[in-house]
Design a protein. Structure first.
Length: 217
């Protein structure tokens, strides 16, 4: 059973005007569900439950029970459109998934051990995280909430790529099948930038010039 259940209704009144009216009513969020062997279906989702679920990171990497007019299907969030400056979700896209079919989605990448990292704690390094999400493929039952990489033993100069991530059984990273050029870096530990001696020399020079001017006066 899914951790999340959303109730929705088939949306017959379509178009941008209809979506605006739906949002103004402030009870429903316009959305669409597509994929599988069924046609795309415009729907409207109960706003309160949807917003509450969307507050949780795990919602976006979960298989969701979407109940449309009493009929349940399993989906994942494919895309959310948000208002440019208001805290509003203006539209949602959901992808249908089948229990026996591999699908592709994006899940969060979490960093562990930062406070103990050798490179950061002992070598004056800093973490550069190059991506917050990773695209994975798997069956719905194998979908992890997130991937995690422990950097506690990493030293300055360490670079980790997609191929370095530990994956749960049944989970793959599809881009890695495209060759080494697609094995993107996900993080690095680099030497923290500090003010150089040139900056100090400039400051001393400016101070000396100021003192000379005062003497001339």
């Amino acid at each position: 059973m899914s951790e999340f259940t959303l109730n929705a209704s088939v949306r017959g009144d379509l178009g941008k005007g209809a979506s605006r009216r739906l949002r103004r009513a402030d009870l429903q969020v316009p959305a669409i569900v597509y994929g599988g062997d069924q046609a795309p279906q415009p729907i409207s989702i109960e706003k309160a439950a949807f917003y509450k679920a969307a507050e949780q990171e795990v919602f976006f990497s979960s298989v969701i029970d979407l109940v449309i007019d009493g009929k349940k299907q399993q989906v994942v969030v494919r895309d959310l459109q948000r208002h440019p400056y208001k805290p509003l979700i203006t539209h949602a896209d959901f992808l249908r998934v089948a229990a026996d079919e591999v699908f592709t989605t994006r899940i969060p990448l979490h960093i562990a051990g930062e406070e103990k990292s050798i490179g950061i704690k002992d070598q004056d390094g800093e973490l550069h995280q190059l991506t917050n999400e990773v695209e994975v493929s798997c069956l719905p039952k194998d979908l992890p909430d997130f991937l995690e990489i422990d950097i506690s033993t990493f030293e300055v100069g360490t670079i980790k790529h997609l191929s370095d991530l530990e994956l749960p059984q049944g989970v793959t990273i599809p881009s890695l099948a495209l060759g080494e050029d697609h094995d993107s870096p996900v993080l690095s530990i680099v030497k923290a930038k500090v003010r150089g001696s040139d900056d100090d020399d400039d400051a001393d020079s400016a101070e000396g010039e100021g003192e000379g001017t005062q003497g001339e006066e």
